[in-house]
Design a protein around this ligand. Structure first.
Ligand code: G5P
Ligand code: MG
Length: 226
């Protein structure tokens, strides 16, 4: 059996984690798990966890660690024997420690995107609230302006993508991410990528992963909207 490969992608809100994760999943056939996707899914389904996390997610605040680990770790336990990519988890040191009790990561991608770029991207961001599908009016606009591609329903913009709220979120992200980044750096598995364009960063990530994982057909991919 081919060696399993376990990776995580970290980066501030709007840094391109979801966009790059989709490309990695397509190119390398990894199972793709997005913490934001599972949170939105549980909110939409009104599960016990969904009721608990709704307030945090709507205000773009970090969901408590114990809720996050209960949401994510069982999914990973089911994927024993599979290669996977985590998007948005772990986000705190406590989450990273809980994950390390289950398995060791082979590689962590950290995205360093300038604040001004994040601000522009997020202020251009529109969301389909029911599914969590994300559009960007410049980068990946919907086919019909203001409407979701799949359902045709109205897209909305988040209050949290306003500049002041965004600045606070980014500062908070940095503080919380620092010890996680230091942990993975000390393990020698952290790879950082800087830049303003996902399309320019992607070839570097692609070539790094090509040296680590054999190409696989994309038919085993679990597609997900980040
Ligand atoms: P999420 O869902 O993990 P965020 O806020 O971390 O949400 P987000 O918004 O999903 O991150 P991203 O995935 O890093 O951003 O980036 P993306 O969606 O690919 O790209 C952002 C936008 O820019 C898109 O519109 C995209 O099309 C566009 N774009 C990408 N590349 C380019 C480019 O090169 N140029 C241009 N012009 N545009 C581009 O988490 C949601 C919430 O869940 C909770 C928190 O409340 C969080 O706020 N949560 C957790 N809480 C605690 N612990 C955890 N582990 C949690 N995980 C989630
Ligand atoms: Mg995302």
């Amino acid at each position: 059996m081919a060696k399993l490969f376990r990776a995580a992608i970290m980066g501030p809100p709007g840094s391109g984690k979801g966009t790059i994760s989709n490309r990695i999943a397509q190119s390398f056939g990894l199972q793709y798990l997005s913490s934001g996707h599972y949170l939105r899914e549980s909110i939409a389904a009104n599960t016990e966890a969904g009721v608990l996390v709704r307030n945090y997610v709507e205000r773009s605040m970090l969901v408590p660690d114990d809720v996050m680990t209960r949401l994510m770790l069982p999914r990973l336990e089911h994927l024993i024997g599979h290669s996977w990519l985590l998007d948005g988890f772990p986000r705190t040191l406590s989450q990273a420690q809980a994950l390390s009790n289950l398995c060791q990561l082979d590689l962590v991608i950290s995205l360093n995107i300038p604040y001004e770029t994040l601000r522009e991207r997020l202020s251009d961001r529109w969301i389909h609230p029911a599914s969590g599908r994300v559009y960007n009016m410049g980068f990946n606009p919907p086919r019909v302006q203001g409407k979701d591609d799949i359902t045709g329903e109205q897209l909305i913009q988040h209050d949290d993508d306003k500049p002041e709220a965004l600045m606070a979120r980014l500062r908070h992200y940095k503080d919380v991410a620092k010890p996680v980044i230091n942990l993975y750096k000390s393990q020698g598995i952290l790879h950082s990528f800087s830049g303003t364009d996902t399309d320019r960063i992607w070839p570097y990530i692609n070539s790094l992963l090509s040296t680590k994982i054999p190409m696989q057909p994309s038919d085993s991919v679990q597609t997900q909207t980040p």
